[in-house]
Design a protein around this ligand. Structure first.
Ligand code: ZN
Length: 289
């Protein structure tokens, strides 16, 4: 299967941003620096790094356990965030920058075209969409000012260089384009401490420790190289503005209770935890002027 023309019009060399030639079957070559990139099943591979995420995702059946969670929990949590994201999208192309198994596309209307770029080839096996590529967020394989929207949902915490990742979104976004960012924030425990639910993070922590003790039973090991670092809300807003973004919306989202995922806790969270006050994540809608 060759590469789609729609995708071909958007991609470029991630190293020098030069144009790519596709005269060879299953190969792309940079017109400027000469680098070669392989195409497998219509998916161009812009990084040869065998990512720690491939090793992690290899252990997970994403049909049954998205990111190792039970499917009801994953749909409940991500569903709410994705519904929030699509409210702010403009029509046209949407780059899901670290889009995982492509869950966001199920929330998009006909006015949007979905592109998924992932660091892990493994996870793209679970995404049935057709405009997929493998690359790094810090070195996007896309031309300048080429997307109408970029979405980054639960990705920034897993990126090695957060600032470079954000700068790259700005580069490939069209002027007037929308960038939506959702990522865990460092201060969420502080928000709980000020409420009657101050004990929830501790309970979640204990539950996670117990799950960790049984990690061999559930056969899930986190390989070295997988990072998970939340962001400070003030720091993140400053970075976005320094890069050039105009912040249209800043709020908190995600009332899931880390470590507590069963049906009881989901109902509890929906009844008692206000995401805008206590949310585990910070949510930005940004515009490139
Ligand atoms: Zn190049």
């Amino acid at each position: 299967m060759g590469i789609s023309n729609k995708l071909l019009q958007k991609i470029c060399c991630p190293t020098c941003n030069g144009d790519l030639l596709s005269d060879e079957l299953n190969m792309l070559q940079c017109n400027d620096c000469g680098k070669l990139f392989q195409i497998i099943n219509g998916i161009p591979l812009f990084t040869n790094e065998k990512s720690a995420y491939d090793n992690l995702y290899n252990q997970i059946d994403f049909h049954k356990h998205p990111f190792g969670h039970n499917i009801d929990y994953a749909a409940w949590r991500k569903g709410k965030i994705n519904k929030e994201i699509v409210k702010y999208l403009e029509k046209g192309s949407v780059l899901d920058d670290g889009g995982g198994y492509g869950y966001l596309k199920e929330f998009l209307g006909k006015e949007n075209t979905y592109y998924n770029m992932e660091y892990s080839y493994e996870i793209l096996n679970y995404d049935t969409s057709h405009l997929k590529s493998v690359g790094k967020g810090e070195e996007l394989p896309f031309k300048d000012a080429i997307f109408d929207n970029i979405v980054s949902g639960d990705v920034l915490e897993h990126v090695y260089n957060k600032v470079k990742y954000l700068e790259e979104t700005y580069r490939v976004l069209k002027p007037g384009g929308i960038f939506i960012l959702n990522t865990p924030r460092t201060e969420w425990i502080e928000s709980y401490k000020k409420s009657i639910w101050f004990w929830i993070p501790y309970l979640g922590h204990v539950t996670n420790r117990i799950k960790y003790l049984f990690r061999d039973k559930i056969n899930l090991k986190t390989p070295e190289g997988v990072v998970d670092i939340p962001s400070n809300e003030v720091w993140l807003r400053n970075k976005l503005e320094t890069i050039g973004y105009q912040i249209i919306v800043q709020k908190r989202t995600d009332n899931h209770l880390p470590g507590l995922s069963n049906k009881f806790w989901r109902k509890f969270a929906d009844a008692f935890i206000n995401p805008e006050k206590m949310g585990h994540c910070v949510f930005f809608v940004c515009k490139k002027e």
